[in-house]
Design a binder for this molecule. Structure first.
Ligand SMILES: [Zn+2]
Length: 596
């Protein structure tokens, strides 16, 4: 998953994991009905049919989360009008827990369940509808028997308007608009677009890639051509890292919605869902997020920490390895783009410096803790820090391996060897698997200390020493900036939402809730007053008294505010003109993917 801009953080609550087992069920078939009529209610109707062998109690559940989106969502909250029948007669049912239904069949035979699912959540892990369109994820709607093997085949039928389209990574069945999956994990890993949307396809490296985008016309003309042009360049670079393209075909499912702030995407085994503001069309964010999701085809969808194999759907699955699953995925997205020429080396170094900045701007936290705490949704700025910090850890490992082997080996070798020794052997990777592979690639060098200090520990990264091995220099620019020390709301630059404790405004007696009227000679109603403030007082003496007028409870209040400064550090990463030949080889190796 990747979120480019701040989004709402859901409170993660672990689902009740009760030790329960359903009576056996077989021959599961699902039908999704989404038409102009159901779209009017912003819902789809889901019918589930299955066979039971007797009158034993059946327990059917919906997942509490979607793999890749590390938050508990309890999709069952969107269900209404649930009914159960057998031979046309209603059968008794009740909720057993927040996402489980308990049924009592009358005896052997087919049982039919029907419910409506409210599709009003614009989120790549959820369901969202418009009058002519539906996004729905399998985790939202496909019931499974509680406590039973998930290794059961399933069939899906889509009922929709004759002129509407269906796009999904699911394999087509024999009849029109039917699909099949070999097991439940595959079934819930292939989201659907149903309705009116743009759809085209192209062959890349001998396999079909589809591009479905909603609404029609949003990603069109030269911008669609550019999307395809970029993808055809970076997709081969992602395949080159692992040496295998592990999918039959690949489907990009993209939504461009003005009400959505930023961009966010979620990976699947042969597709991904991206949700973006249309403002990001044509920006470098779109290929960057798309490359990240495509890298997940290997890293996390297949090469996965052992503590998430197999996925369980009824409870959260915290892991200390998201810095690899997300952070190193993000490193390889940048690497693939620079190797493909979609971005140049200067862009690559700017992206890396941006990640250094993100890490510097939040409290120090270990990557292990940041990863395992993802489900808590930390609000101190570290909630997603395993992306940039994990990406940087990946780059430092890459540099150390290349430097230790004269650029003969790299992190690429780690990823490729683990893919073969764990995923292709039907298992997840353990901590020992990971560090043994890193050490082997580096010719036997131990990474025990690196792990203790920079992954399990919170020590600052050794940027100077490590980047020097790649002919790079990290430059920190320090700027002294005049700061009032307040937060204002997005729609008003004068209403003080919060005053920083010990900041200039607070120390002058300013309070949250005050309305700024004048700051020195500046009229606070000017949209650019803060900018003017920094310019006017940037070189004045610390402690200079500035008269400030605020409106408080309808009265004008005069404050005497002492001038305060903060030091803003900004990072740059630049090539070292005096780098050794060996260091230049490491730098070139990262950017080109070539050894030696
Ligand atoms: Zn991701």
């Amino acid at each position: 998953m990747l979120r480019s801009l701040p989004v709402l953080i859901a409170l993660a609550v672990p689902a009740t994991a009760l030790a329960q087992q359903s009576a056996p069920v077989s021959d599961l078939q699902y039908q999704l009905t989404f038409t102009a009529a159901t779209a009017q209610r912003r819902s789809l109707t889901v019918t589930t049919r299955f066979q039971v062998g007797g009158d034993g109690t059946v327990l059917l559940s919906l997942p509490s989360w979607t793999p890749g989106a590390y938050e508990v969502s309890n999709f069952a909250r969107q269900v209404s009008n649930f009914s159960a029948t057998q031979n046309g007669e209603p059968i008794a049912w009740a909720k057993a827990d927040p996402d489980t239904w308990r049924l009592k069949p009358a005896g052997r035979g087919e049982v039919t369940l029907t419910f409506d699912f409210l599709a009003d959540q614009l989120d790549n892990a959820k369901a969202w509808s418009k009058p002519d369109f539906l996004l729905v994820n399998g985790t939202n709607i496909f019931l499974y028997p509680e406590g039973r093997s998930l290794d059961f085949p399933a069939r899906v039928t889509v009922a929709t308007e004759p002129t509407w389209q269906v796009a999904t990574g699911m394999a087509p069945g024999t009849a029109s608009r039917t699909y099949r999956a070999g097991n439940y994990h595959d079934l819930v890993d292939m989201p659907f677009f149903i309705g009116r949307f743009d759809l085209d396809s192209a062959q890349v490296e001998g396999k079909w890639v589809r591009l479905a985008s909603y609404p029609t016309g949003a990603l069109a003309g030269s911008q669609r051509t550019a999307f395809w042009g970029d993808l055809k360049r970076y997709l081969p670079q992602t395949i080159a890292v692992f040496g295998v393209a592990p999918y039959e075909n690949y489907t990009n499912l993209l939504i461009f919605e003005p009400e959505f702030g930023g961009g966010s995407a979620l990976e699947h085994q042969n597709s991904h869902v991206g949700v973006y503001t249309p403002l990001l069309i044509g920006s470098p964010v779109l290929p960057s997020i798309t490359a990240h999701e495509i890298l997940h085809l290997w890293n996390v969808k297949r090469l996965r920490p052992a503590d998430m194999v197999p996925y369980a759907y009824d409870h959260w699955m915290p892991t200390p390895w998201l810095w690899v699953s997300e952070g190193i995925t993000d490193y390889y997205a940048d690497v693939a783009l620079v190797r493909a020429g979609v971005i140049d080396s200067t862009d690559f170094l700017a992206l890396t410096a941006g990640k250094m900045q993100e890490v510097a701007d939040v409290p120090a936290v270990s990557l292990d803790d940041a990863s395992i705490d993802a489900w808590i949704g930390m609000t101190d700025g570290t909630g997603s820090i395993y992306y940039p910090k994990g990406s940087l850890a990946g780059m430092l490992l890459d540099i150390r391996i290349r430097a230790a082997t004269g650029n003969q080996k790299s992190l690429d070798d780690v990823m490729r060897s683990l893919y073969r020794s764990t995923y292709e052997k039907g298992k997840g990777f353990t901590p020992k698997d990971w560090w043994d592979a890193v050490s082997a690639a580096a010719g036997g060098v131990s990474f025990t200390e690196f792990n203790a200090r920079y992954i399990g520990g919170r020590e600052p990264y050794p940027y100077a020493a490590d980047f020097a091995l790649a002919g790079l220099t990290a430059v920190v620019d320090s700027n002294r900036v005049a700061r009032v020390g307040i937060q204002t709301s997005a729609d008003s630059a004068t209403r003080v939402l919060a005053a920083t404790p010990d900041g200039a405004f607070a120390s002058a007696g300013g309070l949250a809730g005050d309305e700024l009227v004048r700051v020195g000679p500046l009229d606070a109603s000017s949209p650019s007053w803060a900018e003017q403030f920094r310019a006017k007082y940037g070189s004045a003496a610390e402690g200079t008294i500035i008269p400030v007028t605020v409106r408080r409870d309808g009265q004008l209040v005069a404050l005497q505010m002492p001038l305060r400064f903060v030091i803003i550090r900004s990072y740059r990463l630049v090539p070292d003109p005096n780098a050794s030949a060996a260091a230049v080889r490491v730098r070139r190796g990262i950017m080109t993917g070539k050894a030696g």
